[in-house]
Design a protein around this ligand. Structure first.
Ligand code: ADP
Length: 317
């Protein structure tokens, strides 16, 4: 069979969580379109509540979509749910360890769940790949947090899926372990596994991903090669403390502003398009006197703001 061009393809994907006694109806995905090329390391970024976990849960078969279509490895999740699920491994965000199993047993149980026959199991290879070769017979409860996380990556790979999904793989993980996980991800990708990664760390996306999609309010707002997106997110912020504290951030034409604590406000600008000088000129032009300024590097919030900010239309002449 021909290999699909896209490891995952979602079209018009919608998910509405029904209202409960305490929560209103929630439109978590609103027509999400996404095509993840086969062989890529694909980053899925977005602020909290953007809909990333909902999307991953739909792929993993843990959550039912409301409408739209999804194909995993060319297999429609409605028409061929088992085949579709067999094509992905998902490493969940939370560490779900089986305290009474050894890593070897945990991998065996997982392989059994996926119907992998004993002679096709690659337990030793997987343990070695995630650096747990010497821990195969230890109790999982004796492993460090980092080791448990690596075991989860191995569990997601027992059925040798062509697509691996990592949901925030390095949240709260120390730098050394993060690099080790990155190496393993790159190695898997080198063997042809398509990797989909959600992360809050711009650095992680920058380091690993060849393509990045930014999700906001349940839809994709940008989907581009990493280098292109990084050029677009060349944002900086200037935090201005005015002589007279402000309760609301001022409107500065051409700039995005946000109120900060103690009467200060942040002005976000694109380094390629304007400069601190221009920001300060705009602040003065708004009639404000500056007591203090500080510059800040962008964080993901700024990135999302910059990508979702629509400049006001020029006034008609
Ligand atoms: P992300 O992973 O990007 O942080 P989520 O997919 O977790 O976003 O959430 C998207 C939106 O759907 C949020 O507003 C969240 O509160 C809501 N949501 C997520 N899961 C549920 C659920 N089980 N029931 C109701 N609302 C939910």
């Amino acid at each position: 069979m021909d290999l699909p061009d896209f490891a995952i393809e979602a079209r018009g994907l919608c998910k509405t969580y029904a209202a409960t006694k305490t929560t209103p109806e929630m439109h978590a995905l609103k027509g999400l379109d996404l095509a993840i090329p086969r062989g890529s390391i694909f980053g899925l970024l977005g602020p909290n509540g953007a809909g990333k976990s909902t999307f991953i849960n739909i792929l993993a078969g843990l959550c039912r979509k409301t409408s739209g279509t999804v194909e995993i490895w060319g297999r429609d999740i409605d028409r061929r749910p088992r085949d579709a699920r067999a094509a992905i491994g998902v490493v969940p965000q939370e560490i779900a360890a089986d305290p009474f199993f050894t890593p070897r047993e945990a991998l065996d149980v997982q392989a059994g769940m996926y119907g992998v026959p004993a002679h096709e199991r690659r337990t030793d290879e997987l343990l070695a790949a995630v650096g747990l070769a010497d821990k195969g017979n230890a109790y999982v409860r004796q492993l460090s947090g980092g080791m448990k996380r690596r075991l989860m990556v191995a569990k997601a790979m027992v059925h040798n899926p062509p697509v691996l999904i990592l949901d925030e793989p390095t949240a709260g993980v120390d730098v050394e372990l993060r690099r080790q996980l990155w190496r393993y991800v790159l190695e898997l990708n080198g063997k042809g596994v398509t990797i989909v990664l959600t992360t809050h760390y711009l650095e992680e996306a920058q380091e690993l991903c060849d393509q990045i999609a930014i999700v906001n309010h349940g839809a994709v707002v940008a989907c581009e090669p990493t280098s292109t997106i990084l050029q677009r997110i060349d944002t900086r912020s200037v935090v201005v403390t005015p002589e007279e504290p402000l309760l609301v951030a001022p409107v500065l034409p051409g700039f995005e502003t946000r109120a900060r604590a103690e009467g200060a406000f942040a002005v976000t600008y694109r380094t390629g398009q304007s400069s601190v000088e221009q920001v300060l000129a705009a602040v003065r032009a708004a009639g404000l006197h500056i007591r203090d300024i500080a510059t800040e590097d962008p964080d993901l919030e700024d990135v999302f703001l910059a990508l979702t900010y629509a400049p006001p239309a020029p006034a008609a002449a």
